[in-house]
Design a protein. Structure first.
Length: 107
């Protein structure tokens, strides 16, 4: 059964840097076993919380990705990066939510 993982990231600015960083790593998770899809949602109102929504075949697949070197590489802090000179932290806070599909439309 598909599970949904949502990372709610609060950013202090308009989020352009967050969007740029996600674009730079586009496709990085696509080949992970059990990965089914991804969206980055930008707020269209005064909110400062962006949503990173990923879909996985099961929680085991998600946990395997979180434990992988690919996850570690993509989630290192700015001071640890060698490909970006001390890139500042983008998010002020984040929270991980987990859901399973309970209903909806087939469209």
């Amino acid at each position: 059964m598909t599970i949904i993982k949502i990372n709610a990231i609060t950013v202090p600015t308009d989020g352009d840097e967050l969007a740029r960083r996600f674009a730079a790593r586009a496709g990085a998770v696509d080949d992970q076993p059990g990965f089914e899809g991804f969206e980055l949602l930008k707020p269209t109102d005064e909110r400062k919380t962006w949503l990173v929504i990923t879909r996985w075949a099961d929680d085991k697949s998600f946990q395997a990705w979180v434990s992988s070197p690919a996850f570690g590489h993509g989630h290192r802090g700015g001071a640890e990066r060698t490909d970006e000179s001390a890139a500042p932290q983008v998010g002020m806070s984040s929270e991980l939510w987990s859901y399973q599909i309970a209903g909806g439309s087939s469209i």
